[in-house]
Design a protein around this ligand. Structure first.
Ligand code: PAF
Length: 281
C-alpha cells in the first residue's frame, strides 16, 4: 500500500490507474478506524480494481466547542489495518493540501443541513460537504462508499452529487450498513471515549431503535416506544428521537406509512452518539 500526502502526487497515481483501465473506489474517513470502516473498504474492494482510503480530520466540520483537537489520530495503526485489508493507497493530506486557498466553505447543505445533527452542530454539514466535494475533485472516483450510521450525512452527499450537474462524471455513492458491536452498540470512532459504565448506558440507543421497530402503530407511537426506554436511562441525555422520510429527510406525521428512518442522538457522558434504523410503519 502506498501512503500519499499530496494531492498532486495522488492525481498522478490515479491518472496512471485510469490509463491502465482500472476503475477506482474511494472511502473517505477521518481515521481512528474500526470494523465499520473496514466493512466500507470491503465494499470498495468488491466494486473496483483500485481502492483509495483518505484519512483527514477536517477542521471545517467541527464547531468551536467540539472535539477537533482531541479527535483520535492513529495514523500508524490505521495504515497497518488498511494495508492488511487490501487498500491500494492511503491518502493522508495536510490541511494546506486540501485547502490551498484557505479554509473556505464552498458547499452549503441547505434546509436539511440545519435540522437534527445540523441543528445541534451548526455549520457541520457545510464543512462536511466542502471537504467531500474537494476530495471528490482530487480523487475523481467511480464509487465512493459511506456508512449508513451517518444517515443525514449520506442524504446530503447524495443530494450534492445529484445537484452537481455531473461534476464528478458517473460517480456512484454506495451505502455501507451500520456495523455493530455484539451487544448492539453502533461502531463509531467516538466509542473509545466511553467508560465501561457509559458503554453500558449507550446500549439504550440501539435498544430504543429495536423497541420502536417492534412497537405497533403510527409514527408517534414508535417514537414514544423509543423515547420511553431512553428516558429510563439517566446517563443518556437525549437530544432527539425522530422518524424521517428517507426521500426528503423530513419528519413524518402520523398519516405516514412505508419505510422511515428512526434517528436517535444523545449524549452519554461527554460523548455525543447517533444511531438510526430503517423501519416499516
Ligand atoms: O464520516 C466521516 O468520517 C466524515 O464526515 C467524512 C465523510 C470523512 C468527511 O470528513
Amino acid at each position: 500500500m502506498q501512503i500519499i500526502h499530496s494531492a498532486s502526487e495522488l492525481q498522478k497515481v490515479v491518472s496512471a490507474q485510469r490509463e491502465a483501465g482500472a476503475n477506482i473506489a474511494f472511502v473517505p474517513t477521518m481515521g481512528a478506524l474500526h470494523d465499520g470502516h473496514l466493512s466500507l473498504v470491503e465494499i470498495a474492494r468488491d466494486r473496483a480494481d483500485f481502492v483509495i482510503v483518505s484519512i483527514f480530520v477536517n477542521p471545517l466540520q467541527f464547531g468551536a466547542n467540539e472535539d477537533f483537537d482531541k479527535y483520535p489520530r492513529t495514523l500508524q495503526s490505521d495504515a497497518e489495518l488498511l494495508a492488511a485489508n487490501g487498500v491500494d493507497v492511503l491518502f493522508a493530506p495536510t490541511v494546506d493540501n486540501v485547502y490551498p486557498n484557505g479554509q473556505v466553505i464552498t458547499h452549503h447543505a441547505g434546509a436539511v443541513g440545519e435540522t437534527f445533527e445540523g441543528a445541534a452542530r451548526p455549520g457541520h454539514f457545510d464543512g462536511m460537504l466542502t471537504v467531500v466535494a474537494r476530495l471528490f475533485d482530487i480523487v475523481k472516483p467511480d464509487f465512493a462508499v459511506f456508512g449508513a450510521k451517518d444517515a443525514q450525512q449520506l442524504f446530503l452527499i447524495h443530494q450534492m452529487v445529484a445537484q452537481s450537474n455531473h461534476r464528478w462524471n458517473a460517480l456512484q455513492i454506495i451505502e455501507g450498513a451500520t456495523i455493530r458491536e455484539a451487544d448492539g452498540l453502533a461502531r463509531s470512532s467516538r466509542n473509545r471515549y466511553l467508560s465501561e459504565a457509559e458503554h453500558q448506558a449507550a446500549l439504550t440507543l440501539s435498544a430504543a431503535l429495536r423497541a420502536a421497530e417492534s412497537a405497533t402503530g403510527n409514527a408517534s407511537s414508535r417514537i414514544q416506544a423509543a423515547a420511553q426506554l431512553l428516558a429510563a436511562q439517566p446517563q443518556v441525555r437525549l437530544d432527539y428521537v425522530a422518524l424521517v422520510d428517507p426521500s426528503s429527510f423530513e419528519a413524518v406525521d402520523d398519516s405516514f406509512s412505508g419505510r422511515a428512518l428512526l434517528l436517535i442522538a444523545a449524549k452519554v457522558g461527554n460523548t455525543r452518539l447517533i444511531d438510526n434504523l430503517s423501519i416499516t410503519i
